[in-house]
Design a protein around this ligand. Structure first.
Ligand code: APR
Ligand code: ZN
Length: 363
């Protein structure tokens, strides 16, 4: 038995998305089939589509989704048909070296699902790869039960999609990776879905001042709604402006949510002596960041990156849901554009122009 669904297929790197039908197999042992309710469009999807990040093609992108379990394979115990779930794009294997060290977000096998075809193009039977193992830009998908997390009651399924990437990444960067404490100052560079989620994480942590930075001045209103207390338009003097807002010292923390060498440098330069920069953005291997040997010693700062918010999705999603239910985490404000499956190219264009927060596809 198979199921035919509509999907936004990327035929090859750099090509246009094609709205087409794909054929999904029934879930195999340990797998589940999920009917998508919503999927967010993340900058990583754009980077995969343009070749900044590598993906096997043809591929169905989309890695930030939520939906309902419609079929389960043999031996599935984690969820049942009818359960609302969030999709996890980096399910940990639980037995590799890094899982053993207690850092499952760095699991050596978390991308295993993305390197094998999971479906076929209905018209000609060509094998199709699932983007980051999830393939949320389709009406339905088939994933391992390790890649679904039950959504607790009280969180609307459409907004819950954002928990699967932007929110877990942004909130986790603040709470798991940087471990920001109440009263610490922070700067956030890049205010897309991920940067805005970092701002909300900082607000929940009680940080302050919270400086938001973006090249687009129109992001100020959005940034303040998500917790920013100050706003700086990015230019070559960003770090100077941020230091001025923190008594000349610089911030305790910086979060880089763009993925560029210039913003990584600006983030690092914005922190105080001994401050910490957490790189959340994913950049290109051709973009070098330079530091001189003296400044590394003199400033005694930390530069680190975090993957998927250094989180454990099965532990953190319920925690985030609790913040949503209590009104501390506002998912609705993150969604600035509600779109259909055929409108992903326009969402990519908004990203290129630095417009809006998250675009959310609803099915
Ligand atoms: N300085 C400051 N902000 C910038 C700069 C810059 N030089 N260049 C771009 N920006 C801003 C854009 O204006 C936009 O508001 O960065 C933001 C990026 O937002 P999105 O494109 O929506 O990206 P998002 O999905 O939030 O992802 C951010 O995290 O997961 C990674 O791959 C992802 O690297 C990407 C980053
Ligand atoms: Zn993402």
């Amino acid at each position: 038995m198979t199921t035919t669904v509509r999907a936004a297929l990327l035929p090859s790197v750099g090509a246009q998305l094609e709205l087409t039908e794909i054929t999904l197999p029934d879930p195999g042992p340990g797998q589940v089939r999920v009917k998508l309710a919503a999927a967010g469009v993340c900058h990583s999807d754009l980077s995969l589509a343009t070749g900044v990040l590598r993906a096997a093609t043809p591929v169905v992108l989309g890695h930030e989704g939520a939906g309902t379990v419609v079929a389960v394979g043999e031996g599935v115990t984690k969820v049942a048909v009818g359960d609302p779930v969030v999709l996890n794009w980096a399910p940990a294997c639980g037995h590799c070296h890094l899982c053993g060290l207690g850092e499952p977000w760095l699991c050596e096998n978390s991308y295993a699902a993305s390197v094998e075809t999971y479906a076929s193009r209905t018209s000609d039977g060509t094998g199709v790869y699932p983007g980051l193992g999830v393939a949320a830009f389709a009406e339905e998908t088939v994933v391992s039960e390790n890649a679904v997390i039950p959504v607790p009651q009280g969180v609307p399924l459409d907004a819950a999609a954002l928990l699967g990437c932007a929110v877990l990444t942004g909130y986790g960067a603040v709470h798991n990776a940087a471990r920001v404490r109440e009263g610490e100052s922070a700067v956030v560079l890049g205010l897309g879905g991920v940067g805005l989620a970092v701002l909300q994480g900082l607000r929940i942590a009680g940080a302050g001042p919270i400086v938001a930075v973006d090249v687009t001045p129109e992001k100020e209103e959005l940034a303040r709604r998500h917790g920013a207390t100050e706003f700086v338009v990015a230019d070559e003097n960003t770090a100077k402006a941020v230091r001025k807002l923190t008594g000349g010292h610089g911030t305790d923390h910086a979060f880089e949510c763009v993925g560029r060498s210039t913003t990584i440098r600006a983030a690092w330069n914005s922190t105080r002596r001994g401050g910490r920069t957490t790189v959340v953005g994913i950049g290109s291997k051709d973009d070098q960041v330079a530091f001189n040997a003296l400044e590394i010693f003199h400033f005694a700062r930390t530069l680190t990156a975090c993957v998927y918010g250094d989180g454990v999705p099965d532990r953190d999603i319920p925690l985030l849901a609790e913040h949503v239910r209590a009104g501390r985490l506002d998912l609705d404000s993150l969604i600035t554009d509600r779109i259909t499956l055929d409108e992903i190219p326009a969402a990519f264009d908004r990203m290129r122009e630095g417009k809006g927060g998250r675009s959310l596809i609803t099915f």
